[in-house]
Design a protein around this ligand. Structure first.
Ligand SMILES: *[C@@H]1O[C@H](CO)[C@@H](O)[C@H](O)[C@H]1NC(C)=O
Ligand SMILES: *[C@@H]1O[C@H](CO)[C@@H](O)[C@H](O)[C@H]1NC(C)=O
Ligand SMILES: *[C@@H]1O[C@H](CO)[C@@H](O)[C@H](O)[C@H]1NC(C)=O
Length: 204
């Protein structure tokens, strides 16, 4: 009986820690999109979508100088195994409404900035989810995201449809938000900055 009680306390504690880390109850939902928060310091990526919350450990790095990354699906022919699925990431500064291209030059070589699983995707930079079980939970969550935003991307003639965004939360980004008068936990931050939430045309 005592053991049973202890187990409940421990499970409760673990759940509290996990859900508290991203303070999801303070994040206003953004349509039926996927909202992700990435904490470089703990290497945790947490996403909330229509079917719940998924949190995975990630490896890799995102291009510096951006607080937000729009997530777009890669158009693939036919059914591909979940391992080889990837999502393109379109960088955006929090105070800008336009996104940048997901293809960037690193030492004069073009790379796709992505959220992905396979280590063998060598032309890809960004965040990698090594655990395939956790990765498949992300895929299920993203599939359920029916909220699509059509956005402009710098230097691209066609518009791009995004199903969600990753917000990067670290000390540097926090300082920049405060500089813009967007307090930590304020609507400006948790409403996806000036892009989603505060921009009436985006979710109107
Ligand atoms: C979200 O999806 C549900 C069910 O598909 C739909 O009824 C609802 O209107 C959607 N909400 C928004 C804000 O798009
Ligand atoms: C956004 O902030 C950067 C500096 O962080 C600045 O260079 C840029 O002009 C700002 N853009 C807008 C639209 O205010
Ligand atoms: C990025 O991905 C696109 C679409 O899958 C592909 O056509 C392109 O070759 C890739 N670019 C690089 C630099 O890998």
């Amino acid at each position: 009986m005592l053991k049973f009680g202890l187990l409940i306390v421990l499970v409760g504690l673990a759940a509290a820690v996990e859900s508290d880390e991203f303070k999801w109850d303070t994040v206003p939902p953004a349509g039926n999109s996927s909202q992700c928060i990435y904490k470089p310091e703990t290497r945790q990526l947490g996403c909330r979508g229509m079917s719940g919350i998924v949190q995975c450990e990630v490896m890799g790095e995102l291009p510096k100088g951006f607080e937000v990354f729009g997530m777009g699906r890669e158009e693939l022919e036919g059914d591909s195994p979940i391992e080889s699925i990837r999502y393109f990431l379109y960088p955006r500064e929090l105070n800008e409404t336009e996104y940048e291209n997901h293809i960037i030059q690193v030492e004069n070589v073009a790379h796709n900035v992505s959220l992905y699983h396979l280590e063998s995707m060598t032309e890809t930079v960004g965040l990698r989810v090594p655990d395939v079980k956790c990765w498949s939970r992300f895929i299920d969550l993203f599939k359920a995201s029916t909220g699509i935003q059509i956005v402009k991307v710098e230097d691209m003639t066609t518009e791009v449809s995004l199903f969600g965004e990753i917000l990067v939360v670290d000390k540097q980004a926090q300082k920049r938000w405060l500089g813009w008068g967007l307090g930590w936990g304020g609507l400006g931050l948790w409403g996806w900055g000036l892009g989603w939430g505060l921009n009436p045309f985006l979710w109107g």
